[in-house]
Design a protein around this ligand. Structure first.
Ligand code: FES
Ligand code: FES
Length: 161
């Protein structure tokens, strides 16, 4: 059985027919081709499937697409600027080498974008608490935390200038 939904993903509206048991993760990854949205646990523990839903981090494996009608979603593919320039958080992850296998990286970057939108100057403890739902099996946490501070600095600077 299918139902129709409308989603705005990375600024583009999509009218879709989705299965009633289809998760937002499946819709984004399989139907719309956003390969940055990754599945690992499938039960809301790892954060690899994180997207921004109306600006807040969401584990897309936990939401049925049938219940996501009208949602505005951002995936990693939606962060870059119009000329393909990296988002400051992406640039910070790159320069701090805040990844190894990079499987967790899209979800981690999106959570950091949301963190810095809520709190432009997070302490390390603030960042650890906010990112608790994003697991990195490679243990890149120290570099990720360095990237958070780097990105915060970049964003504060770009706001001032
Ligand atoms: S795949 Fe969604 S939280 Fe792990
Ligand atoms: S960089 Fe490998 S899981 Fe995080």
């Amino acid at each position: 059985m299918e139902t129709s939904v409308r989603l705005v993903v990375n600024g583009r509206e999509h009218a879709l027919n989705v299965r009633c048991d289809e998760t937002l993760l499946e819709t984004l990854q399989d139907r719309l081709g956003f390969s940055s949205v990754r599945e690992t646990c499938g039960i809301g523990i790892c954060g690899a499937c994180t997207v921004l839903a109306d600006g807040r981090p969401l584990s897309s494996c936990l939401l049925l697409s049938a219940l996501a009608d009208g949602l505005t979603v951002t995936t990693l593919e939606g962060l870059a600027g119009p000329a393909g320039e990296l988002h400051p958080v992406q640039q910070a992850f790159l320069e701090q080498q805040a990844f190894q296998c990079s499987y967790c990286t899209p979800g981690m970057i999106l959570s950091v974008v949301a963190l810095l939108a809520e709190n432009p100057s997070p302490s390390t403890d603030d960042a650890v608490a906010y990112l608790a739902g994003n697991l990195c099996r490679c243990g890149s946490y120290l570099r990720i935390l360095a990237a958070v501070q780097d990105a915060a600095q970049r964003l504060r600077t770009s706001t001032v200038s």
